[in-house]
Design a protein around this ligand. Sequence first.
Ligand SMILES: Nc1ncnc2c1ncn2[C@@H]1O[C@H](COP(=O)(O)OP(=O)(O)OP(=O)(O)O)[C@@H](O)[C@H]1O
Length: 236
Amino acid sequence: MTVPVVEIRDVRRVYEQGDVVFEALKGVNVQINQGEMVALMGPSGSGKTTLMQIIGLLDRPSHGTYLLGGQDVTALSENERAEARNIEIGFVFQAFHLLPRLNLLENVEVPLTYAGVLPRERRERALGMLERVGLAEKAGNLPSQISGGQKQRVAVARALAGSPRLLLADEPTGNLDTRTSEEVMALFGELHAEGTTVVLVTHEPEIGAYAERVVRVRDGLIESDTRQTPRLGVSA
Ligand SMILES: Nc1ncnc2c1ncn2[C@@H]1O[C@H](COP(=O)(O)OP(=O)(O)OP(=O)(O)O)[C@@H](O)[C@H]1O
């Protein structure tokens, strides 16, 4: 039996501000297997981002256990979590977060630099990833010289350059128009078909439709967990 990529056991997250205590996650159990593409959905304030941040090692549970690739990461120190995050997780955000003064190739290289990959290999891997997302010919461009959809494809290349165990995407199409969203989701669908494990947070049913599994969060709990035939997209 293969070990799940993500195993969340009875995770609670309590936010405390002065006397006010708010339980954003109230005992969540979820398991995500290698190669799955999962959409986390649910109303505003339901706890999706909190759960995503715990899965992405940006936050830690107040209670419960998180196993990442079979390793208990619940009690890691801040530094250990940062290191595990760099190695294990690739992030794609709504706002792209490309560095404006670096060209596309250099942007994709950034996480590899942090991971200590030597320059020549860094360059080759980054270029390979830009090729994979169809942007190799623009490697020398600055982010300001490409479209929103292209920026998100660069962000995907950057997220995957270090071959992480898990690709996390938080509202990845939130800044894109419908057609461009479809292109970016088609890319996620292709990466999933190639074996990448993808977890995405979205409000939009049309975006959730690209996943093979939809986990709905409501009031800090998993409301439903269903499988579906994913929508196939048309690439750029
Ligand atoms: N740092 C914080 N301190 C206090 N409460 C918080 C904090 N972060 C989130 N919350 C609360 O926890 C709940 C869950 O927030 P979360 O951001 O996970 O929801 P969400 O489902 O991602 O919402 P949205 O779709 O609007 O982003 C909300 O009620 C929110 O107000």
